[in-house]
Design a protein around this ligand. Structure first.
Ligand code: FES
Length: 139
């Protein structure tokens, strides 16, 4: 099995058995977005403790890569400082997914959860996330 196969299996597994799927009873951050190309969506809820992501869950509907990527991201982000989310880049997401060969429309799928996570955390921190270049506009 090549590493591409392993990651493909992993993505399917997260799609079929999404980790951290559901809603939180109490949360500090609630962010939602859709992929304009297909209408698929992701919602994330986060409970913040100190400056860390204490709890995080997501719900959504969409293709395997969008849902698996969001689920993997929740696992990666849990317990991390909010600052980590600000520092995280699109490349980190692609790496998490095993650097798959994605066309432009699939890139949107893979980054949907990431956009929701960034938007939510940036909103909470009072900053503005610029999706176009993944940068922090307000420092
Ligand atoms: Fe809709 Fe992938 S096809 S997010």
């Amino acid at each position: 099995m090549s590493s591409a196969d392993i990651y493909r299996e992993l993505i399917l597994d997260y799609y079929r058995n999404p980790r951290n799927f559901g809603k939180l009873e109490k949360f500090d951050i609630d962010a939602h977005d859709t992929n304009p190309l297909c209408g698929d969506e992701i919602e994330m809820q986060i409970m913040v403790g100190g400056d860390k992501i204490q709890e995080i869950k997501f719900t959504g509907k969409g293709c395997a890569i969008s849902q698996a990527s969001a689920s993997m991201l929740t696992e990666l982000a849990k317990g991390k400082p909010l600052e980590w989310v600000k520092q995280a880049s699109k490349e980190d997401v692609f790496k998490m997914l095993g650097n798959p060969d994605l066309g432009p429309s699939r890139v949107k799928c893979a980054l949907l959860g990431f956009k929701v996570l960034k938007t939510g955390v940036y909103g909470y921190m009072g900053a503005h996330y610029d999706e176009a270049d993944g940068s922090d506009r307000t420092g």
